[in-house]
Design a protein around this ligand. Structure first.
Ligand code: PAF
Length: 282
């Protein structure tokens, strides 16, 4: 596996590959890799000649300083994992290499997608995500890029950015990977203490029950039910639960037959913020 920390060196390397008509699959990450990331890399390997993974803990997408400082950094283990799945290229730049002296975000208009859910609770988050993903796309110029559906809103926002800027990259969403007890895989899970780790599968269990209820009950009733489940829970604090249209990400009032819906949730387990989502059947 080749490792680059300097963008120009990576660009030069990839240009020689593009001249040989090789296709590039790209998996952007913030490191602390888990099986969910590895599944994205596997998908990328199946469909592209060369797979590039980036590891960059992007400061501009964190609205919470402590979350940024405490974000797990496990580069040695990550490198081992990437080699074990035969990743071709790791891009591991410094903050200075990406932002020079100006650590700030571009302002984006994602046609309102950015004002829902995570956008309401994490100020400036999606401007930060848009800034880093666009920058990485400009450096790598991938044919395809892979994102997990755990961050479903992020996935829709990236698709919107690509469409609005007519970027020549295909965005591929990949299903959520879960631990055996149902907890969605996330780099932040390693920060949960024992008590909160044991409590956390309640999130997905509740999502599954909500999906079942949505078959016979209104979105409002299901939302009330979920809110009550968390009120009764001694360890988990609900930040939001909402049933939204998959495309607009707007909270729905009534079910319509030609639309796809998803339930989205954010929960605090102590100081650790966990998100998850589930596709709904009508
Ligand atoms: O999903 C993530 O890990 C990050 O938001 C991403 C897409 C790598 C951008 O920093």
């Amino acid at each position: 596996m080749k490792i680059f920390t300097i963008k120009q060196e990576l660009k030069t390397f990839l240009n020689t590959k593009k001249k040989e008509n090789k296709t590039i699959g790209f998996v952007p990450t913030m490191g602390a890799l888990h099986k969910g990331h590895l599944s994205l890399i596997e998908k990328a390997k199946n469909k592209n000649d060369i797979v590039v993974v980036s590891i960059f803990v992007n400061p501009t997408q964190f609205d919470n300083k402590e979350d940024l400082v405490k974000y797990p950094k496990t580069i040695e283990n990550d490198t081992k994992l990437l080699k074990s799945v035969a990743c071709d290229v790791l891009f591991f730049p410094s903050v200075k290499e990406i932002y020079a002296e100006n650590i700030s975000s571009e302002e984006f208009d994602f046609d309102g997608l950015e004002h829902q859910m995570e956008g309401k609770f994490r100020d400036g988050h999606f401007d930060g995500v848009g800034t880093i993903v666009k920058t990485l796309f400009e450096i790598i110029e991938p044919n395809k890029a892979y994102f997990g559906e755990k961050d479903f809103q992020q996935l829709q926002i990236i698709k919107k950015m690509v469409e609005k800027n007519q970027l020549p990259v295909k965005i591929k969403g990949c299903p959520i990977f879960r631990e055996d007890d149902g907890l969605a895989m996330s780099s932040r899970n390693t920060r949960l203490n024992k008590e909160h780790r044991e409590a956390a599968p309640f999130i997905y269990k509740t999502l599954k029950k909500a999906r079942k209820k949505f078959g016979t009950e209104s979105a409002i009733k299901v939302t009330e039910w979920v809110t009550n489940q968390f009120k009764k829970h001694p360890l988990l604090d609900l930040e939001y639960f909402t049933i939204a249209d998959e495309k607009s990400l707007e909270t729905i009032k009534d079910k319509e037959s030609n639309k796809k819906y998803r339930a989205f949730i954010a929960v605090f387990a102590g100081e650790i913020r966990l998100i998850d989502n589930i596709q709904l059947k009508k």
